[in-house]
Write a protein that binds this ligand. Sequence first.
Ligand SMILES: Cc1ncc(COP(=O)(O)O)c(C=O)c1O
Length: 394
Amino acid sequence: MLEQLAPPAEDPILSLTVAYRQDERDDKLDLGIGVYRTADGHTPVMAAVREAAIAIAAQQDSKSYVGLAGNEAFNQAMITLLLTDTSALARTAAIQTPGASGALRMLGELIAYARPGATVWLSRPSYVNHQPVMEACGLEVREYPYFDPATKQVDEPSMLAAIAKLGPNDVLLLHGCCHNPTGADISWNSWQKIAAMAQQQGFLPFVDLAYQGFGDGLDADAAGLRLLADTLPEVLVAVSCSKNFGLYRERTGAALIIGETLEHAQRAKGHMQRIARATYTMPPDHGAAIVAHILADTQLQQSWLTELNAMQQRIVRLREQLAGAFREASGSERFHYFQHHRGMFSVTGLTPEQTAALRDQHGVYVVGGGRVNVAGLSENRIDKLVSAFLAVGA
Ligand SMILES: Cc1ncc(COP(=O)(O)O)c(C=O)c1O
């Protein structure tokens, strides 16, 4: 059987990490995979996470199964964190999932079950895994215009014109904040228009929130989602704790179902548990136990928030410094977008040839399409990045 298999296509981002590790140059620079790094290039365990992990290790007296929906204290804490001050708090159910990746898959499966034949609309471009996951659920995938490569901003008129044509058979996948890969986020005005259109036209918003706290702060980053949640009968949400709790490898996330009533949401949750049972049965416990522990403890929650805010502010500062260094070195404003974008990433529009030259001639690793992980940059490597970019003709 196995000899018939063709070699699998490589994952474009994970294969970059392998190539980077094999590169022996001392001054190489990894701006590929989406992880936050400190000024000395380290992805830290957050202080609150370490403290919670120690407390859990000391207190836990069993490793018995938790349940199909995972840790219910975590699920409730996620609902509160995301939907504070909205009417949706009282009509939302959640299951813990293996990362937001698991949430995307479970929610995709729920859509395929509840509304066979639905079309899922993705921004052009979108997170590299959105299309494969939705297609693996048997859903049709189409794209709406999103990013304008000339301005490096959201092309809001084209986006809104496409959304204006959606109907009850359509699911609109939106990035809650810190759009991956572009870094260009939807304006408040557009969130309002999308909410009004969803109400009138009956399409289902599906919000992927993988970077809450990395853009403009915890509440600001959830504002678009909260508007939809407050005003619409149904919204689906995939959430990740990989970045804002630094729990990448613990695979910690949640799928939220906001229903017209709590009964609807809970019924959907029951189906998600059934789908999870036939997939991985139940999620790993450790990361969710840590998050639940932190969010139930005022002092740990404050410690987490302080550290998260410091990370967010450092990303903003890195963006300003990068834009400033480009302005000085290029004598132009054409890299100003680094300052305007939010979150970890910016799409630079480098050609495949320029991306290859960056890697081969300068040891700078960025994702195809020129996505740069600004949050992976150190202050003392900014000049290297700028000169490499200009040298390849960016
Ligand atoms: C938009 C988006 N959604 C989901 C994910 C998956 O996150 P997780 O590590 O929680 O599976 C990512 C990770 O890069 C992402 O950027």
